[in-house]
Each structure stands twice: as C-alpha cells, then as structure tokens.
Design a protein around this ligand. Structure first.
Ligand code: SF4
Length: 238
C-alpha cells in the first residue's frame, strides 16, 4: 500500500523553472515592477477581468473610479448600474451580481468594506477566506494574495500560464488550482512573492505573443528545445 502521506509530485525545486525564467527575461526583458494595490481593489479587478483583454481590464477600472468615488458607493449601487458600468468586460451579467454580493459579504463579516485585515492571516487562510465568495476561485485568490500589498507567495495561474506550463510539461495536465499547487512545489525556495509575480508576468507575455492558444510560434520560440509540445508541433526542419 502506498503511504497516503507521500507527496504525489516532487517537492524539490525543479531547475527548469529558473532556466526558463532566465530565457524569458532575456527574450522579453524584465516586466515593469508592479505597484501593488490594496487587497480590496485587487479583488475587484481580478473578479471583473477574467477572460478579458488587458486594455479592457484597465478601462473598466477607470470607468468604475469615474462612476463610483468609493468602493462603498460601488457596493451600494444596484446590480443593474454595476452591470452597465462594467459592460466592457466579458460576462458582465454574471460578474455584476457576484461582485456586489462579495462586497456586501465582506462588509457584513468584517463590519466595513476593507480587506486590509487579511494581512494578519496566514496565506492559506487568506486564500480560503476569499474563496468563500461566489466568483472568487483559485486564480482570483492567488492574484489578491500575490499581486496586492499582501505580497504572499502564490502563483496566479490564468489561461496563458496554464497553457504554457502544460505545453512545457512542467506539471501533468490539470486545472489551475492543482497546477498552482504542483508549481509551488517546483519553484525555487528563495523565489519571493515578487519573483513569483514576475514568473506569472513572463508566462503571460509568452502566452500572449509566441505561445498563443491557436497558433504557437514554436520555431521562433527560445524555449523550443525544452518543450515537448513544441518539439512535436515544429517537426523536423525541412
Ligand atoms: S515551443 Fe511552442 S508550445 Fe513550447 S513554449 Fe514555445 S511556443 Fe509554446
């Protein structure tokens, strides 16, 4: 019988990750350092912008700030008004009621609309506290934990990150939550929250440029010799 406590995957850092990181840094340059938002603002952004392009994601935050002077005003607005204001993102009819419910839920549980108190919690508790709200899954809770002023070790595995990770065969195929858990066992122990953020940014840029969903440019990719998917897709040179 296998020991049920035995990890399914290696827990030691995988040297491929820092190698790939260095190659992508050389290719794309160092991403501009993030100026972290407070956790509530990051939560609002991340809840609204899944499956939405960066330009529209940035625009919706400008639209929200213009329409609602404070996040209390956003919470107290009607779902219809919120939906109209966020119409630029995907699925506004789904995201508007979820966002309002989350903002009301935070207020009723904490007594005011803030997430600054999460700074006192361990990372796992931050993640589970956030994920109690509908519309807050693994990707959103990781974004709040890692990108915001909380600055915890977590990896936001979005669709680009998941695709690049799987094509490189860094982890077996799985959903974002399991992939993040597996990646966290493979990243160097000295990778800080900021480096994990940079790792996410580089994979995202790579997924948006060369390693796209429908037309990966494997022959032009600096990771080709490390990539099982790309090696198969590129085939022998003619
Ligand atoms: S070789 Fe192709 S599939 Fe692999 S990472 Fe590069 S672009 Fe993506």
């Amino acid at each position: 019988m296998p020991d049920s406590t035995e990890p399914l995957f290696p827990t030691k850092p995988d040297p491929r990750l820092p190698e790939i990181h260095a190659i992508l840094l050389e290719r794309y340059g160092r991403p501009a350092p993030r100026v972290p938002w407070d956790p509530l603002t990051q939560l609002i952004y991340s809840m609204l912008t899944s499956r939405t392009k960066t330009a529209e994601s940035e625009q919706v935050m400008r639209d929200l700030h213009a329409r609602f002077p404070t996040w209390d005003d956003l919470r107290d607005a009607s779902v219809d008004e919120i939906e109209r204001t966020i119409a630029i993102v995907t699925f506004p009819e789904v995201k508007a009621p979820r966002l309002k419910a989350a903002l009301m839920g935070i207020t009723s549980r904490y007594g005011s609309l803030t997430l600054d108190f999460l700074a006192k919690y361990r990372t796992e508790k931050i993640r589970s506290w956030l994920e109690q709200f509908e519309g807050v899954g693994n990707q959103v809770s990781a974004a709040v934990a890692n990108f915001s002023t909380l600055r915890r070790r977590a990896i936001c595995v979005d669709a680009h990150h998941l695709r690049v990770t799987q094509r490189l065969a860094l982890t077996p195929r799985a959903d974002a939550a399991i992939t993040e858990e597996r990646l966290m066992r493979l990243v160097p122990l000295d990778w800080t929250a900021e480096i994990l953020d940079e790792h996410h940014s580089l994979f995202k840029i790579h997924g948006q440029t060369l390693c796209t969903f429908s037309d990966p440019q494997c022959r032009r990719c600096p990771l080709l010799e490390r990539c099982p998917f790309g090696t198969r897709a590129a085939g022998p040179e003619k």
